[in-house]
Design a protein around this ligand. Structure first.
Ligand code: NAP
Length: 281
């Protein structure tokens, strides 16, 4: 029988726990926890993401510092802002909303975020530590997936995990986390030969490619756990994942829906990382 992994519910539960953690921090340390969110330009999707992040901060009691720059901001302006936030003692975490306008050197800007304030977990040092199995700030989306597996009691040890997608911010850290959790991991991508056969071997199949309903029922082993990270719009403009949910769900032990699966966990993990960053300082 298939069980749905309810990301919305889990995210709510976790936000309650984070809120209690924040309250304890404020009481014990006598200061607030601060998250700076930098938005350059007026990309509508980015505006929604930033609004949701600020809302989540309010919900858990983290003080948000929204820093808006116009779309034509110069490289120096953005760099100076990030440097100022890096030195600001009230700020525990810095997030630069991506994508940045094309004329900006995003890599150079992201490198200015100190490792200790890198709540997105994208820095070279945090990524390196993750590879070494060391304690670090982990990218929010894959870390949220691990929390889902943990909370739903999905065993990873000795299991065959297949991650489809190898981006630096989702697929690769996802694979590393599963490896650190003792799964035997295969990473697939657009050049993978026999993708279907690879997927069919998975006890845990994680999909992060960005193609609506790409993973079909014939690619999924009976009793597998399927985690759908994809966020796409279908023909009718409705949000959907990379997995053909309606047809795949009958085969799985567990499956995440889209919406209501991985998505709500991502922002929650940003709150989690900000609390962790504050606790470490
Ligand atoms: P990305 O940077 O575009 O990477 C996509 C990956 O998928 C690449 O590694 C690519 O392979 C692989 N791929 C593309 N077509 C493929 C195919 N036909 N067969 C096998 N692999 C294929 O995307 P991303 O940033 O990782 O995001 C992936 C998806 O997750 C998107 O839908 C995004 O919106 C979603 N997402 C969701 C959340 C959330 O909170 N729910 C967070 C982040 C991302 P190559 O490397 O060979 O090109």
């Amino acid at each position: 029988m298939t069980a749905l992994i309810d990301g919305k519910r889990l995210a709510q539960d976790m936000r309650g726990e984070i809120k209690r953690g924040v309250e304890k921090f404020v009481k014990e340390r006598g200061r607030e926890i601060g998250l700076a969110v930098v938005l350059v330009g007026e990309n509508p999707a980015s505006q929604v993401y930033v609004r949701n992040k600020i809302k989540a901060c309010e919900e858990v009691g983290i003080k948000s510092y929204a820093e808006y720059l116009s779309a034509d901001a110069a490289q120096d302006d953005v760099e100076n802002l990030v440097k100022r936030l890096a030195d600001d003692k009230n700020i525990d975490g810095i997030l630069v909303q991506l994508p940045l306008p094309k004329h900006l050197d995003a890599e150079k800007i992201l490198k200015l975020i100190p490792t200790a304030k890198d709540v997105d977990g994208f820095s070279e040092e945090n990524t390196g530590k993750l590879c070494m199995g060391e304690d670090c700030l982990v990218a929010c989306t894959p870390n949220g997936v691990m929390k889902m597996l943990e909370r739903y009691g999905v065993e990873t040890k000795g299991k065959k995990a297949v991650v489809v997608g190898r981006s630096n911010i989702v697929g690769k850290p996802m694979a590393m986390l599963l490896l650190n959790a003792d799964a035997t991991v295969t990473v697939c991508h657009s050049k993978t030969v026999n993708l279907k056969e690879e997927c069919l071997r998975a006890d845990i199949l994680v999909v992060a490619i960005g193609k609506a309903k790409f993973v079909t029922a014939d690619m999924v082993k009976d009793g597998a756990t399927v985690i759908d990270i994809g966020m796409n719009r279908n023909e009718g403009g409705k949000l959907c994942g990379d997995v053909d949910f309606e047809n795949v769900k009958h085969k799985c032990a567990y499956i995440t829906p889209v919406p209501g699966g991985v998505g709500p966990m991502t922002i929650t993990m940003l709150m989690y990382n900000t609390l962790q960053a504050a606790l470490r300082r």
